[in-house]
Design a protein around this ligand. Structure first.
Ligand code: NAP
Length: 303
């Protein structure tokens, strides 16, 4: 039976991919909630989705009337938005409420993380926002499925902080041996599209991971692929990291730093590790491991 999905965030990195995977499904119709003010380049990417049959409703999570228009006739809402509390908490809750009012059955909020429900309140602003939103979304009575896939594998790529490919340095807190769950953006989108339409998926966490690798494991894979040797550089212990977090929290000039350190904390101490992985729920989906990701995404070692 065909289900109609409303996707918020289709102009974004993850949302655009979820849209493609939903359009690949014969049992889905797709409607996109798109802001009028979306950057021209981002809107241009929508053209390909429209050519494949997606419908657009112009709207904004800050505009309740637009959410009523967008959610009419919708079965499932998928949110892949990004932003501050106005978007992640207030916006997503208003979206869920509109969905409930207009007969939607289910929502997948924009979680896409490690197990943010295991985080200590006050330690990780991004996880706190999502947990707050998720509690309020659950209270609407909609089915609510939380897609949790760990860190995107792309976070280990060039320009993403952990690996400095120019300087040949990999930096991490602790000793680099704690394995964390990681999944490519593409596989996350593929699984999100499947679980959105999966009537048997229960409310609650839906966790999966393409791989479980430590930073040192990942370094060996990156070295084998690129033919480069990376200097391993520990930035300090968990106590040092917590001291850096406290300092960053009082530095209003760069809020991004505190957020990045909070992600590092949970990668180091394993508190938000994923459990009950549902990697094999869809037998035709084979999640890419880190070595295969590196072979696809990183430059090959010179011959
Ligand atoms: N686990 C990981 O390693 C990891 C890494 C990165 C991201 N993520 C998660 O993945 C999710 C998506 O992130 P992303 O990087 O793909 O985001 P992104 O590229 O920044 O895209 C955000 C999307 O949200 C839309 N949006 C923002 N505010 C909106 C509003 N008020 N009304 C309607 N739409 C709005 C944007 O539309 P416009 O085009 O109009 O701005 C855009 O389509 C987030 O939950 C993020 O935390 C996880």
């Amino acid at each position: 039976m065909t289900q109609t999905v409303l996707l918020a965030g289709a102009t974004g990195m993850l949302g655009g991919r979820i849209a493609r995977h939903l359009l690949d499904r014969p049992d889905a119709r797709l409607r996109l909630l798109v802001r009028g003010g979306a950057a021209a380049g981002r809107r241009a990417a929508l053209g390909r989705l429209l050519d494949r049959g997606a419908e657009v409703v112009e709207g904004d999570l800050a505009d309740r009337a637009s959410l009523d228009r967008a959610t009419r006739g919708i079965d499932v809402i998928v949110s892949a938005v990004q932003g501050g509390p106005d978007v992640i908490v207030d916006g997503q809750v208003v979206l869920a409420e509109a969905g409930k009012r207009n007969g939607a059955r289910r929502i997948l909020p924009s979680d896409f993380a490690l197990d943010l429900f295991e985080a200590t309140p006050g330690e990780h602003a991004m996880f706190d926002m999502r947990r707050t939103a998720d509690e309020r979304i659950a209270a609407t009575g909609l089915e609510h499925v939380h897609v949790l896939q760990g860190a995107f594998m792309e976070m280990f790529g060039p320009g993403m902080g952990t690996f400095d490919h120019d300087a040949g340095v990999v930096s991490f807190w602790g000793d680099g041996t704690r394995p964390i769950e990681t999944t490519s953006v593409e596989d996350t989108a593929r699984m999100a599209a499947r679980v959105a339409l999966d009537r048997g998926a229960a409310s609650g966490k839906f966790a999966f991971a393409g791989d479980r690798v430590s930073i040192l494991d990942a370094t060996r894979v990156v070295e084998a692929r690129t033919g480069r040797r990376f200097e391993r550089r520990s930035l300090g212990s968990e106590a040092d990291l917590r001291a850096a977090m406290a300092e960053a929290a009082s530095d209003r000039s760069n809020p991004f730093k505190a957020v990045m350190l909070a992600y590092q904390l949970y990668m180091l101490n394993g508190q938000t590790a994923l459990s009950d992985l549902q990697n094999h729920r869809y037998p035709d989906v084979e999640l890419e491991g880190f070595a295969r990701f590196a072979a696809r995404a990183l430059p090959r070692a010179p011959a």
